[in-house]
Design a protein. Sequence first.
Length: 185
Amino acid sequence: MPQVFSSLKELIDYCYLCPICNERRMLDISIGPDNELELSSFKIDQNDLILNGWLTREQIGTKSTVNLLTGDFETLIYGGFDAKYDLYFYFYAKCPRCQSSFNSCDINLYHFDKRIEGPLDMDQETRYVSKGEITFSLDYDYPNNKLTIGFLGAKGKDLVLPIIDFDFSDLDKLFLRLKTFILFS
Ligand SMILES: [Zn+2]
């Protein structure tokens, strides 16, 4: 952390698995450009991500098929429209149990590339670590290397720090470590 993913498959796997409680997170996708393209539905079919969209001005459907391993993609615009269309999408994942959430960066599909270019980065993430009445919220702003630690149910102001690579494999230990941060808040 922060992490760059080697493929969309790896990014989706990260979205699905909650790092706090190991539950499967709910995955959602947003698509753009805003006001031009809307997402109608998406599905993951083996190694393909299929994004069904809708061009709002033209009122025409689109379908982008992205290979999750290679990043190769194809965008089809229905009705014989010229298929030179750029779009972007990003993933949003939320855990139904602990509410921890994650946003990927924007992933661009430029029609002249036919393959996703650029790093697959993390963007924003929120994790909650709780015990009894006390909950710590950890808000990660990866592009700006910023971590905001909030204390819910405990006295203290939010702390803003550079990102710390905490160990989430032992939550009891992490909880105790986070408690020491209250002193500095
Ligand atoms: Zn969770």
